[in-house]
Design a protein. Structure first.
Lengths: 266, 336
């Protein structure tokens, strides 16, 4: 639909406004709401929620549309839209995002990849960890707009094969299962993505704050339990599954089965 | 987050020009501080100029000038890459340790060297927009001065602001006498010595640094030194990892013959509005023997001037012991 051809609100749309915010209608009409602005408001406020509250809206929104819903995210309905092309789990994706949209929200809300979790949204928990161009990063502090040309790997992209018996979990996923590296599972996608990238960092010989002598560079480095704990400190687990998480990572890192030692109080 | 326009800069010239044309525009590098503060509504830029794609990422030896024989570190390079570069690990292990003491693996993969220096204070009154804060909103008052000030400054604070500067990397850079190289929209370059880069709060706590609006950090240059054999970055915090420093100490010793200290470099984090060079301790140690007793006397000399607030008196004793321990660790070859 060409927004410039119908600059004013239709009667239906006026009714919807009246229904939703009767007090504000006169003011809104006086100060001049055109159709373009109206659509923006409705889209930004989340049309679905408004629609559920208003019978008029229901009629309006259930009317057959000439364009599919996703196409409503055009530069006319997004303020400061940015076009981005990126690769997500091996598939090329192209989309228009609000400049404010984080990579995390884009994955979850636009690409239906809800594996990456929003724990804090401020870089303090690691639940949103994904792997961008081979490096683990926090998707909650990454603007989607800044991901042009980048490759993103999420928890959904770690297993090999697509469905049924052809699926083979990533060794880190297997190890987390074997060692019970979780309880509620909310931090787990972030833990696993972080741990997968950590294996490459160790192969490269990267140092950490607990590395005994940073001047000695050896690659690969053998990670002690203390090293794994330090290097995984950006991933918090509120359930406290840390001993099992460390065991799972140690098993993949060393390539040898790691014994679990449980101690029960008498 | 408030609406903003987004653009990607292809070269330093266009990036600095875009900022020069808009006082409310900001550079975006790793985004780990800026995006967080925008979500909190503390930072409210109307335009974001993404500089993360600029190719100012190289780490290379310096062939001429003041820092000849030293190392130039690209302003847009990542913290992880700086920490793990073989020349930095070998010649400036203090910097490697300081970077690795900060944040987490994920954040260091995103954070840039320039952005790290410009991260803003973690003072809770600065973060909470419902609270007064002269740094965030000049003239609104300082909530921490008479409020909860356990994390705050013991050196160089003013009535206007008692916040501390949070970077670990910058504390090592202060001890290493680094030089910050910047460029503006007219293409002019200037070099700022590290001690002049960050500011004390005085009457203008809203200004963290002496960088002008639109100036781009292109590199951080390290002069050569003789501290690599005996240096250590000590960080003391409320939990063992992934937490900001209560107190940190970057220490480097250049040793002569017979256990004599030729010169010492000591900088402290978590104690002031900028990296705090412990000049009194450094002066005391020059020419002295490296003994536990001299380390203690150096620490006493430095901490005598501390002016703690109601809740951070512990930082005086903690700072004293941290200086001693960091010097001992440095003498031990900087082994963790
Ligand atoms: C949970 C958490 C924990 C952390 N813990 C620590 C810690 O323990 N120790 C520590 O030291 N740090 C810590 N950090 C802070 C982190 O190190 C900084 O956020 C990071 O270094 C900032 O770099 P950046 O590239 O992401 O900067 P950005 O967020 O992109 O930018 C920060 C500021 O610098 C400006 N800027 C960026 N690059 C340039 C340039 N080249 N020239 C001019 N201006 C520029 C931007 O405009 C912005 O104002 C932590 C952060 C988080 C989120
Ligand atoms: S959601 Fe990103 S770190 Fe918590
Ligand atoms: S498993 Fe529940 S938070 Fe980690």
């Amino acid at each position: 639909m060409d927004v410039n051809e119908t600059p004013d609100l239709s009667d239906d749309e006026k009714k919807l406004f009246e229904d939703l915010m009767p007090e504000d209608l006169d003011e809104i009409l006086d100060t001049g709401v055109n159709r373009r602005h109206f659509l923006k408001l409705v889209t930004l406020a989340g049309g679905g929620i408004l629609a559920a509250q208003s019978a008029v809206a229901e009629q309006l929104f259930t009317r057959p549309l000439s364009v599919p819903v996703a196409a409503e995210l055009s530069s006319a309905t997004i303020e400061n839209g940015v076009n981005v092309s990126l690769n997500v789990n091996g598939a090329a994706r192209k989309l228009l995002v609000d400049s404010r949209m984080t990579l995390l929200d884009t994955l979850r809300e636009r690409l239906e990849l809800t594996g990456s979790k929003k724990g804090c949204d401020h870089g303090q928990c690691g639940a949103c960890t994904v792997i961008v161009d081979g490096q683990r990063v926090l998707s909650c502090l990454t603007l989607a707009a800044s991901c042009e040309g980048k490759s993103v790997k999420t928890i959904e992209g770690l297993a090999k094969g697509t469905s049924g018996s052809t699926v083979r979990l990533h060794p880190m996923q297997e190890a987390f299962l074997k060692h019970d590296g979780f309880q509620c599972g909310f931090c787990t996608p972030g833990q696993i993505c972080s741990a997968v990238a950590l294996m490459d960092e160790a192969k490269r010989g990267d140092a950490s704050y607990v590395t005994e002598d940073v001047r000695k560079k050896t690659a690969p480095v053998q990670l002690s339990t203390e090293e794994i704990r330090e290097r995984m400190s950006g991933n918090l687990c509120r359930c406290g599954a840390y001993p099992n998480i460390v065991a799972a990572i140690q098993e993949v890192h060393s390539g040898k089965p790691v014994e679990q030692t449980f101690r029960f109080s008498a | 987050m408030r609406p903003f326009t987004y653009s990607r800069a292809n070269d330093p010239a266009s990036a600095t020009k875009e900022l020069a044309g808009n006082p409310n525009a900001k550079f975006l590098a790793g985004g780990t501080n800026l995006i967080d503060l925008m979500k909190e509504d503390v930072e409210r830029p109307s335009a974001i100029v993404d500089i993360s794609g600029l190719r100012l990422t190289e780490i290379k030896p310096i062939a001429a000038g003041f820092a000849k024989g030293g190392l130039s570190i690209g302003g847009l390079g990542k913290n992880t890459d700086a920490a793990n570069h073989p020349l930095i690990r070998q010649n400036y292990p203090l910097l490697t340790q300081a970077i690795l003491a900060g944040a987490s693996g994920q954040i260091r993969n995103m954070a840039t060297n320039g952005g790290n220096l410009l991260q803003r204070t973690r003072c809770p009154y600065f973060y909470e927009v419902a609270m007064p804060c002269n740094k965030r909103e000049p003239g609104s008052g300082c909530g921490a001065l008479e409020g909860v000030n356990r994390l705050h400054a013991i050196f160089g604070a003013s009535e206007k602001c008692v916040a501390v500067y949070p970077s670990d990397m910058a504390i090592a850079l202060a001890a290493l006498d680094a030089i910050v190289k910047v460029k503006n929209a007219s293409g002019q370059e200037r070099s700022i010595s590290f001690t002049d880069f960050h500011r004390l709060p005085g009457d203008t706590p809203e200004r963290d640094t002496n960088l002008a609006h639109g100036e781009l950090i292109t590199s951080i240059d390290l002069p050569p030194n003789k501290f690599a054999d005996k240096s250590y970055y000590l960080k003391v915090r409320d939990r063992a990892s992934y937490a900001f420093a209560l107190i940190s100490v970057a220490a480097g010793l250049e040793m002569g013959s017979g256990n004599k200290i030729v010169q010492a470099r000591i900088a402290m984090g978590g104690v002031a509005h900028k990296p705090w060079r412990a000049l009194k301790a450094e002066q005391f140690l020059a020419g002295k023997e490296a003994t536990a007793e001299n380390f203690k006397r150096a620490a006493d000399a430095e901490m005598a001037d501390a002016k703690p607030l109601e809740h951070n008196k512990f930082k005086v004793e903690l700072g004293n012991r941290s200086i001693v321990l960091a010097l001992q660790m440095a003498m031990n070859g900087g082994k963790a």
